[in-house]
Each structure stands twice: as C-alpha cells, then as structure tokens.
Design a binder for this molecule. Structure first.
Ligand SMILES: Cc1ncc(COP(=O)(O)O)c(C=O)c1O
Length: 389
C-alpha cells in the first residue's frame, strides 16, 4: 500500500461533532459494535424500543419470502404508506417524502432550504446531528442553553425571540426533546407559529418521540407552508435498524426538498412493508406500550428519589428517555456510563446531547421490558455509591 499519498483534507466549514471513544476503544464504531454484539446488554442508550411483538417482524418476513426485494421500490415510496403516515399525523393536504430514517430527511431539509447567510436556532441540550447538518449549509447554528427549570428545560418562544435576528431562517423544535423528554403545549406551539409567520422562519418540528407523550400537538396546524414535520419509524415502531422515516410538509416545500434527494432509487422495500404493518396495527399495541413506558419511568423516579445528590429535571418525561442529573455527586457521567456497561447496562453520558451541560447528566431510555428496568434500578444506586466523590 502506498503510504506517501497526501490526503489533502479539503478545508470545509463544517465538521462532524467529534466523539471521544470510550476507554479501550480507538473509535466509537468499534465501541458500538461491541455493545451491539453483546446479546445480554440492557439497551438504554439509544432511545430505541424493545417492546414489540412479532406483528411488524412477520410482515417483513412475508415480504422477504416473496422476494419483493429483488425489484427496486417506487422511488418515492408506497402511496399506501404515505397515506398511513398522513393519517397518523391527522393531516390531509400535506405531502410525505420517505427517506432512510428521519436522519436523511433532516439533512435534505437543511441542504434544500438553508443558504450561507442564514442562522438556525437549536436548544442545548438537544439532538446535535440536526445542528451538524444545519451547520453545513447555514452561516451559524445558535445553540440556546435551556437546561434550567425556569425555561421548563426547553426552547421557549421567548428564548427564540431573544436569540433570533433578521438572518434567522429556521427554528428547530424537538418535541418531545431528546434528551430531556420535555414537550410543548398547544399554546406554546401557536406562539412559535406566530413568530415564524411574522418573521418568515421555517419551523422544523421533529416529532420522532411524539407517541410517548401524554399529549402532543403539531405546529403544522398553525404554521402550514413553513413547517417541516420530521417523522421516524425508529422509536414507537421499534424499527431503528431498518432506517425508515420521512419529512411531511406542504407540496412546494416537499418539491424543493426532493431536488436534494440522494437516495434516488427509493427507500428499503422491506422496511416499507414493516412500516405499513406498524401503522396498521398501531391501535392494537399502542396503549399497552405507552403504559409500560409510564410504569418504567415511574420505577426509575422512585429509585432516583432514594439516592442523595441526584434528581430528574423533567418528570414525567414525554419521551421514552429521561435525564438523571448527577452533578452534585461529583461523578463524571462518562465514568458512570462506563461503570454501568460493566454491569451489562448501556446508557448515554450527557456530552452526547449537550456541550454546555454534558457534565451534569446521564440519559437513560426506558422502552424496554420492566424486568430490565428493575435490574437498572437495583444497579444504579450501587454504581453511584461506588463512584461518589
Ligand atoms: C430527535 C431525533 N430525531 C431524529 C432521530 C433519528 O431518527 P431516525 O432513526 O429515523 O433516523 C433521533 C434519534 O435518536 C432523534 O433523537
């Protein structure tokens, strides 16, 4: 192999947020692969959902048996699936673009709609992949600190007003919010809609976790024509590895986004069969699954209340995850997550979702069987006592 070849590393304005790999690993991928390969690992680190029966799996197995995958799918997805997505959101006039996960939609929205003069508003803590994508096409991403009870641990309409200017082109509302599980009231969304309309701003409403919320509202209903609703099959449908999601918006916006499409030969056809089965059967499993999640977070809250120096900033969480604030114990969240891995529990340290507050918390997701939550509740206090400074 040639070793003197000069890789130029062309200077780009953007750079992917770097993640320091855990101790003992050269890179994050090897770490994730090890976690993934460990069949006994209790999976509380990715907000994925491990509570489904075989309904979705069986639909995909049938589709595989019929060798549906030998053909290319229709490039923009099955119309049945798009109709089911619209029905799930209660929309009629909007259009759906299906993509490889919500992630691809997030990227396409940024590429299609942002220009180099624009700035974009996102909360810290938040889901930073969205900020990374926006940063590739806009001048600036303004990360607004929201880790405070006085803001309800979310980007408020007032915070948006304070942080925007004439170049603000997009406000990102992750609702419910990864990592905290805070969510918006209908009145708050109406206020965001007014701000957006007055100032010609896009509202990117990422509703990936909407179905875990006690109540949920859609800002598209108040600012149609400038809202992008980001939809995922990864969480409530338990299909994270199948990589299917989409963006829903008015026709002119979806047409603009389609110009940016990379995956021009369509979305994985097996995933589409699974997604159709998931939406068609949702009424059957939905409420039980939510109740399990509510019970699981109640058990975690009960445990947290018995341990000195830790608390839940947001409870109940409206997502399938929550933040446990451990700052007063003096424990570094990374040390805690590494310790828990030794006990067979995969969780996420705060730095993954916050630059400014990552030292304060651990994120745990709880859409897993209750027996596993009980193991977590037994091990977590012991871990805190073992590491407490
Ligand atoms: C807020 C948010 N949006 C999007 C995604 C990614 O969704 P998908 O798996 O559909 O790409 C995640 C994943 O954790 C998320 O937290």
């Amino acid at each position: 192999m040639r070793t003197d070849f000069d890789i130029k590393n062309p200077k780009k304005k953007f750079k992917k947020t770097e993640r320091v790999p855990p101790k003992g690993y050269d890179n994050a991928n090897d770490f994730f692969e090890d976690m993934y390969m460990d069949e006994n690992m209790i999976w509380m680190g990715q907000n994925t959902n491990h509570l489904h029966d075989d309904t979705i799996a069986n639909a995909m197995i049938d589709a595989i048996r019929m060798k549906t995958y030998c053909r290319y799918p229709a490039p923009e997805g099955f119309s049945e699936l798009k109709k089911l997505v619209l029905k799930d959101l209660g929309f009629e006039d909007e259009e759906v673009l299906l993509t490889s996960g919500a992630t691809e939609s997030l990227y396409l929205c940024m590429q299609a709609l942002l220009t180099p003069e624009d700035n974009v508003i996102l909360s810290d803590p938040g889901y930073f992949i969205i900020g990374d994508f926006a940063n590739r096409f806009a001048n600036e991403v303004r990360y607004v600190p929201i880790y405070d009870e006085k803001y309800g641990y979310k980007l408020t309409p007032d915070l948006l007003r304070e942080n925007m200017d004439e170049n603000t082109r997009m406000a990102i509302l992750i609702d419910p919010l990864n990592p905290l599980g805070s969510s918006y009231t209908e009145d708050e969304l109406k206020e965001f809609a007014e701000i957006a309309k007055e100032n010609d701003i896009y509202l990117l409403h990422d509703v990936t976790y909407k179905d875990f919320a006690r109540e949920h509202f859609l800002v598209e209903n108040y600012a149609p024509g400038q809202t992008l609703t980001i939809y995922s099959f990864s969480k409530i449908f338990g299909m994270a590895g199948l990589r299917i999601g989409g963006v829903v918006s008015s026709k002119p916006i979806i047409d603009a986004i389609k110009n940016a499409v990379v995956n021009d030969l369509g979305v994985n056809i097996i995933s589409q069969y699974g997604a159709i089965a998931g939406l068609k059967s949702k009424d059957v499993w939905f409420e039980d699954m939510r109740q399990t999640c509510f019970e699981n977070q109640r058990l975690i809250k009960e445990m947290v209340d018995t341990v000195d120096g830790i608390f839940l900033p947001v409870y109940p969480s409206d997502a399938n995850m929550m933040v446990i604030d451990i700052y007063d114990t003096g424990i570094n969240p990374k040390d805690l997550s590494n310790y828990l891995i030794q006990k067979g529990l995969f969780t996420r340290e705060g730095e993954y979702t916050s630059d400014e507050f990552g030292e304060r918390y651990l994120r745990v997701s709880f859409s897993i069987p209750t027996e596993e939550i009980k193991i977590f509740c037994e091990e977590f206090p012991k871990a805190i006592e073992a590491l407490r400074k």
